[in-house]
Each structure stands twice: as structure tokens, then as C-alpha cells.
Design a protein around this ligand. Structure first.
Ligand SMILES: Cc1cc2nc3c(=O)[nH]c(=O)nc-3n(C[C@H](O)[C@H](O)[C@H](O)COP(=O)(O)OP(=O)(O)OC[C@H]3O[C@@H](n4cnc5c(N)ncnc54)[C@H](O)[C@@H]3O)c2cc1C
Length: 387
């Protein structure tokens, strides 16, 4: 067993690190505090091709292997987790379109999405339904060559910057089971009746907007039904969750790494009772716990990613990685804050932001409680052989 990255992956990680250390870390604290949109950073992400990491090369993307995919989110989240959000649902939707779109949809949309000329996200959650997506109430009624869409979506990341948004709808609200009447529509966000109504206030995850969207009598051409067949929307959306969970696992590793870096640095510099606090055993125990859990989270994330690269379905592995890594990010950010004493509570130190950013990873792409049930189902079904 060899735990090293390939030379290509190491070079790629180095390039990502340079980008993060030069363009993201110096501005993260100030821009997140002021609520400024990171336009310049987006341009750097475009230049590196990072809007096309899940898009096949024939449509202009990088088609990264999944370990390299994880490196993107890990390295960016080490600098500022909110920036990872700009890429997250974008690349998930590109993967869904690449996997399920018609040839015409792929040719029309993917090259522009891969270059970042078009941005996207994913519109699943509604005020009354998040985990229980079959409970959505957004409908799409067919009228000739168009669907007429009505409903409300909430918590939609990148909503204000999306040119096209895959929106989960009910094309047959009477279907049982409900998923047989659900479809994904690739909605042009400039269509009359599509209104990003408000930005939602949030604890962390700044830098990218999370919005509510009103959809009133929005007319969507039938050619924008993903894959051209009704009734497959829920499966199409859920097929993106596998990579979505790897993305969140990797972001969590990045946040935990940043917490560890800050904690170690501070513990060496801060003195109390005439010596660095790193000399106190109580601080050493915390550092050891953060580092050990961080390394376990990282290995689990790369393990899940490399299994995906081997062509397997990795619902269970990605679920385990996301669950463990996000809990690690939560613990690491809290412990790093404790190591900082009173300064950890100050907005002058990065641990305060890490502590606000970490909880999202325990919620997004399936709450950790739901993931534990996903893992258990795979184990009980006998398909989840660990090893
Ligand atoms: C910052 C942010 C960004 C987001 N971005 C997007 C986005 O871009 N696109 C998008 O579509 N959505 C997005 N979401 C929504 C996110 O995916 C949902 O919040 C998440 O899926 C949980 O759904 P919910 O909030 O409706 O919670 P609920 O589903 O109402 O869950 C509430 C609680 O009940 C528990 N629960 C629910 N069902 C069960 C069950 N069967 N068994 C046990 N426990 C259960 C949950 O674990 C949770 O603890 C975002 C959310 C946030 C906070």
C-alpha cells in the first residue's frame, strides 16, 4: 500500500497552494468581514480551469481524477471555505449534466460552464423540504413546447451568479412514489418570473451567496428537461451527491488543517508562566488530538476518492469520509480556539472564522445523522465491506 500522491497530483496541489496563499489568504479576513464578493478570486479560479474539474475534456473541462478533485477543495478551504462554495455546487451540476444531459444540452452548456463564462449551482431545497426531497412542491406543468414552473427554492448557493440552474420540480405531482414524477429542468435564470428574492443571513460560509428564489410562471422550453425524459430528476440529482460528499469531506480537511496550523503556530508563540504554552501538557494533548483526527480524516477522504477513481460507487465511503471529516473540522476549530484563549474569540484571528465555517459541513450534502443512516443501510445490506 502506497499513501503518496502521484507526481502530477503533487504538482497540482503545489499550484493550488500557491493560488491560495497568494490570492486568497491575504484578503479572506477583510473580504469576509465586509461581505465583499470575491470577484478577483473567481477570475483566478477560472484561469486555473477550476470551474471545469468535473467536465469531460471533450466539452472543455479538466475531468480531474477524484483525488485531485478532493485536493482542490481541501486546499481552497484551507484558505477560505466560502470560496470552495463557489466551485462546489457548480462542479456538481456540471457532473450531473455530463452524466445525464442530452448531447445537445452538453454541447450547448458544458463548454461555457467549464470555462466559468456560465456559472451554475443546484436548486433542490425548498422552505418545506430539504432532506425529504420527495416532499418538494415546485411544479412544472407542460404547455405545448414549454413547462410552466411555479415554486420557491431556498438556501441556493451561487443563485445570484448562476446563468443556468438545474431546478428540481414535480412534472407529475400525483405520481406515487413521488420521485417518479420528479424532473430536473435546466432553467435560464434570465427568464421572466425567475427572481432571486433575498440573500439569507448566515453564521459563516461568507464569500458565496445563499439565496431564496421565487419562481412564478417561469416558462422553460422542453429542450431544457435534463436528459429529455421526465421522472428521473431525483435520481439525477442524487447521483451528484457522491461527489458532493467528497467535496464536503475535502473542505472539512482543509478547515481542520487551517485550525491545526493556527493552533500550532499560536502555541509556539504565546508564552505563559515564562514558557511557550506548547510546553504545557494540556496544550500538547489538544494538538495531538487535532493532528491525529486531521490525518485520519484526510486519509479517509483520499481513500473514498481513490475508490471512486477505481470506478466503484462510493456512497458509503464518501458518506463515512464526509461524516468523520466534518466532525473533525468542528472539533479542530473549537480546540484551536481554546488554545488561543481569549484571542480565539477575536475577529483578528482566523480560528474564529473556522469555528463559524465548520458547522455547515455537518449539514450540507446530507446532515451527518442522515449519513449515518446511509452508512448503516449499506452495512446491513452487506454491500458495505470496509477494507
Ligand atoms: C449555507 C447553506 C448552503 C446550502 N446550499 C444549497 C444549495 O446550493 N442547493 C440546495 O438545494 N440546498 C442547499 N442547502 C440546503 C441543505 O442541503 C439542507 O439544509 C439540508 O439538506 C438539510 O435540509 P433541511 O435544512 O430542510 O433540514 P431538515 O430536512 O428539515 O432536517 C432537520 C433535522 O431533522 C433531521 N432529519 C430529517 N429527516 C430525518 C430522518 N429521516 N431521520 C433522522 N433524522 C432526520 C435532520 O438530520 C436534521 O437534524 C444549503 C444549506 C445551507 C445551510
Amino acid at each position: 500500500m502506497d499513501f503518496t500522491l502521484t507526481q502530477e497530483q503533487q504538482d497540482f496541489r503545489q499550484a493550488l497552494r500557491q493560488l491560495v496563499e497568494k490570492e486568497i489568504m491575504p484578503v479572506a479576513a477583510e473580504w469576509e468581514r465586509s461581505g465583499r464578493y470575491p470577484t478577483e478570486i473567481v477570475e483566478h479560479l477560472k484561469a486555473m480551469g477550476l470551474f471545469g474539474i468535473t467536465t469531460p475534456e471533450e466539452y472543455g473541462g479538466l475531468a480531474l481524477d477524484m483525488v485531485s478533485f478532493a485536493l482542490v477543495y481541501e486546499e481552497i478551504a484551507r484558505g477560505w471555505m466560502g470560496i470552495a462554495g463557489i466551485l462546489g455546487s457548480h462542479n456538481m451540476s456540471c457532473s450531473i449534466i455530463a452524466r445525464h444531459g442530452t448531447e445537445e444540452q452538453k454541447q450547448r452548456l458544458l463548454p461555457k460552464l467549464a470555462s466559468g463564462e456560465y456559472r451554475t449551482g443546484i436548486g433542490l431545497t425548498e422552505p418545506g423540504a430539504g432532506t425529504d426531497l420527495q416532499g418538494i412542491t415546485t411544479t412544472a406543468r407542460r404547455e405545448g413546447d414549454e413547462y410552466v414552473v411555479n415554486g420557491t427554492k431556498t438556501w441556493i448557493t451561487n443563485a445570484r451568479h448562476a446563468a443556468v440552474l438545474p431546478v428540481l420540480v414535480k412534472t407529475d405531482p400525483t405520481a406515487t412514489p413521488a420521485h417518479k414524477g420528479m424532473s430536473l429542468l435546466l432553467v435560464d435564470t434570465t427568464t421572466p418570473g425567475f427572481e432571486v428574492s433575498r440573500d439569507l443571513g448566515k453564521l459563516g460560509y461568507k464569500g458565496t451567496e445563499s439565496c431564496e428564489i421565487f419562481i412564478q410562471d417561469v416558462r422553460v422550453p422542453v429542450r431544457d428537461l435534463l436528459g429529455g425524459v421526465e421522472g428521473r430528476g431525483l435520481q439525477q440529482a442524487l447521483s451528484g451527491l457522491e461527489i458532493g460528499r467528497l467535496n464536503v469531506a475535502a473542505r472539512s480537511v482543509g478547515v481542520a488543517q487551517a485550525a491545526y496550523d493556527a493552533a500550532l503556530r499560536y502555541a509556539r508563540e504565546r508564552t505563559a508562566f515564562g514558557k511557550p504554552i506548547a510546553d504545557f501538557q494540556a496544550i500538547q494533548l489538544k494538538l495531538a488530538d487535532i493532528a491525529t483526527q486531521l490525518q485520519a480524516a484526510r486519509l479517509m477522504t483520499y481513500w473514498a476518492a481513490s475508490r471512486a477513481d477505481a470506478g466503484r460507487r462510493v456512497d458509503m465511503e464518501a458518506g463515512m469520509a464526509k461524516y468523520f471529516a466534518s466532525e473533525t473540522a468542528l472539533t479542530a476549530s473549537l480546540e484551536a480556539m481554546r488554545i488561543h484563549g481569549g484571542y480565539g474569540y477575536s475577529t483578528e484571528f482566523v480560528v474564529e472564522r473556522l469555528y463559524r465555517d465548520a458547522p455547515l459541513m455537518a449539514i450540507g450534502e446530507g446532515t451527518n445523522d442522515i449519513l449515518r443512516t446511509v452508512i448503516a443501510k449499506a452495512l446491513v445490506a452487506g454491500s458495505g465491506i470496509v477494507g
